[in-house]
Design a protein around this ligand. Structure first.
Ligand SMILES: [Fe+2]
Ligand SMILES: [Fe+2]
Length: 474
């Protein structure tokens, strides 16, 4: 179904054909806009931003571009086209028709999953709301705002499901999604990573590389769901999500590239001298990477999880790219999971496959994360330096799962708590590192100019030149 832009809420779900639902969502819409004005990008509501807007759910040519003020963005409800006669692709219900309504017995589980996903979307907008003030270029500022408006749309995607399929509970949850706030002492966001402040652009690029990528894998798992409206919603969100990870990937690459230029010019890797020349030294980049990667790993949940097993068994949440697996029942066989053995060793446990579903998704995520790291390391090698960036072990600095609270070094070796205390400043950003990074965050808004700590992008947006005025500031 084509997207209807004549409606107050653009959609391809025939909202006009369900007046009750339409009215309920039109009632929620001004609350969303209030939230956007209050908690969205601070001070840029009057600026014209060159943004893409979804105009079709066809993967080719799905968006149009144009300059607009962010509060005028057409947030809407877009589901991927239905697959005729779609069947559940995994679990105990394998091969049965996908559900077009929520099965009663799965109602609370589905609601919780949708709320948890929905909560992350506005959370990231809140986390990033002050970043515009220290943007390294208009190009980057535009990318930040593109990510922000699309996270706002992802909130719409989840709120639609809550309103359309969960009755009064769903409407209450939709209200609560606007009432919790990132980092709020009384009403924080649900997941830890989404309460971490993002006060500088290196953190923003790490977040969009590592944390938005967690989003990609969660969406891929939910795109397999037996609950068809959820599957189709997530399918389309993935189309938008790709750009967010591109922003992270290229943002880190450009930061590294600038650092390498400075290292070459100085003829040294000495962090103090790199810093004095106004670039971010590689050890500091590694610490930020360690922080955001380990935090994002927690979002996949515990390595051994009976919840994950029951979601899979029930056909609610699958594995990313479920079609690539030969066995969709996962009733036989085990997976080996690394678990602590005593205080100082790494042991292993054989876990029934269904209980290891979180680990299957996390492993796929880690492989995906490696791709960017390899690319950044190629830049370093090409510049003639021996340094390497590395993903820390998945056992490092975990707060959830088998390794929660354990002292483990980045190579994955358990260490004494005292050693962790003594050495964590080598592995994670210190207050001083953060202060240094923040000291570089000077706002650059002249078209085509880029801050000194980051290299310019290779190309502009939508075939426009890098010098294009992507944001007209007001
Ligand atoms: Fe999102
Ligand atoms: Fe995203």
């Amino acid at each position: 179904m084509a997207i209807d832009y004549q409606e107050r809420i653009p959609n391809n779900v025939d909202l006009a054909g369900n007046k009750t639902l339409q009215r309920a969502l039109e009632h929620w819409q001004p609350r969303f806009l209030d939230w956007w004005r209050e908690m969205g990008p601070s001070d840029f509501m009057a600026s014209e931003v060159y943004l893409r807007t979804a105009t079709s759910v066809d993967a080719k040519g799905w968006a149009t571009y144009g300059a607009l003020r962010m509060p005028d963005y057409r947030w809407g409800i877009f589901l991927a086209d239905p697959v005729p006669d779609r069947r559940i692709g995994f679990g105990d219900e394998f091969g049965k028709p996908a559900w077009q309504q929520v099965p009663g017995e799965h109602r609370s589980t589905l609601r919780r999953l949708i709320v948890t996903q929905g909560d992350t979307e506005p959370a990231s907008v809140e986390q990033q709301r002050l970043l515009g003030h220290s943007c390294p270029s208009l190009y980057d500022l535009r990318n930040l705002f593109q990510v922000n408006v699309e996270e706002g749309r992802h909130l719409w995607a989840m709120v639609y499901l809550l309103h359309a399929y969960f009755g009064r509970d769903g409407r209450e949850e939709a209200e609560a999604l606007l009432a919790r706030h990132s980092g709020d002492a009384d009403k924080p966001r649900i997941l830890g990573t989404f309460n971490e402040p993002i006060g500088d652009w290196l953190s923003f690029f790490m977040f969009t590389y590592f944390t938005d990528r967690d989003g990609k894998f969660q969406l891929k798992s939910l795109a397999e769901s037996g609950f068809d409206p959820l599957a189709r919603t997530c399918q389309f969100m993935l189309t938008e999500e790709a750009h967010h990870m591109f922003v992270g990937d290229t943002g880190i690459a450009r930061t590294v590239r600038r650092t390498l230029e400075v290292m070459k010019a100085l003829g040294t890797e000495e962090p103090d001298r790199v810093r004095a020349a106004g670039a971010i030294d590689l050890p500091t980049i590694q610490k930020y990477l360690n922080f955001w990667f380990s935090s994002s790993l927690d979002l996949f949940g515990a390595e051994i999880s009976s919840n994950a097993a029951s979601y899979f068994g029930a056909g609610i949440k699958g594995r990313p790219d479920e079609a690539n697996y030969a066995d969709h029942l996962a009733l036989e066989g085990t997976q080996t999971i690394a678990v602590p053995a005593g205080e100082s060793d790494v042991g292993s446990e054989e876990v029934p496959l269904r209980n290891a579903m979180n680990e299957a998704t996390r492993s796929a995520y880690i492989r995906d994360c490696e791709i960017g790291v390899k690319r950044w390391n190629r830049l370093i090698a090409k510049a003639g330096f021996a340094a390497e960036l590395r993903l820390p072990s998945p056992r490092f600095r975990r707060s959830i799962g088998a390794w929660a609270g354990r002292s483990v070094d980045p190579s994955g070796t358990p260490i004494a708590a005292a050693e962790w205390q003594r050495r964590q400043a080598e592995w994670l950003p210190t207050a001083e590192d953060r202060a240094f990074v923040i000291s570089l965050m000077q706002r650059v808004v002249e078209p085509g100019k880029v801050a000194a700590w980051i290299a310019p992008p290779d190309r502009g947006i939508n075939n426009l030149p890098v010098e294009y005025e992507y944001v007209r500031l007001q």
